[in-house]
Write a protein that binds this ligand. Sequence first.
Ligand code: S6P
Ligand code: ZN
Length: 195
Amino acid sequence: MDMIDYITPFTSTVDLQTGIIGDAPLIVTRRLSDVRGLYADAQAEAALVSDNPLTYEVYYGYNSPEVEGQLGYCTTIIRPGEVGDEYFMTKGHYHAKADRAEVYYGLIGEGYLLLQTPEGKINIQEMRAGVVAYVPPHWGHRTINVGSENFVFLSVFPADAGYDYKTIAEHGFASIIVEREGRPTVAPNPRYQVK
Ligand code: S6P
Ligand code: ZN
């Protein structure tokens, strides 16, 4: 029989005031310059790039081996803010292994989870502290901070899911979330390219 390479069980802690994982082995920081071309209003995006605000950070809890059977987890902290009237958001992705699902758990603030099939069918889920959202296989997903404080959630995902950012970068999501009369509103994305 093959020897099993046991991983030693462990715990780590998410600070529930901030969403920070204190001993995170990897922190990914995204400023506006890291996500150029993401927002629908290119002029507003260009005008803000000189300030280059931090829009979100991802704290990984575990450097998971990217193999079937393992799980990864991380917290995402999205700052409040807008580019034009479009709220700060993540890049969004499909999973490279498209049939991998994922669970999100809201910790702080208010956000929208925007999901899309490759055919452009949109689904939107509202998130806040305590809400568990299920991201089914094959749905592209992006999160958006629609509140006035940080929006923070925990993600748990198969460690071999991977990231397909290219499809979103090339085609975008069919919908955007914008502030209209002080409220988050779903609008058609003028830059969406049907696949
Ligand atoms: C990973 C999961 C999240 C995102 C994170 C940042 O499968 O969906 O942890 O990676 O919220 O979003 P993005 O689109 O920049 O990776
Ligand atoms: Zn994902």
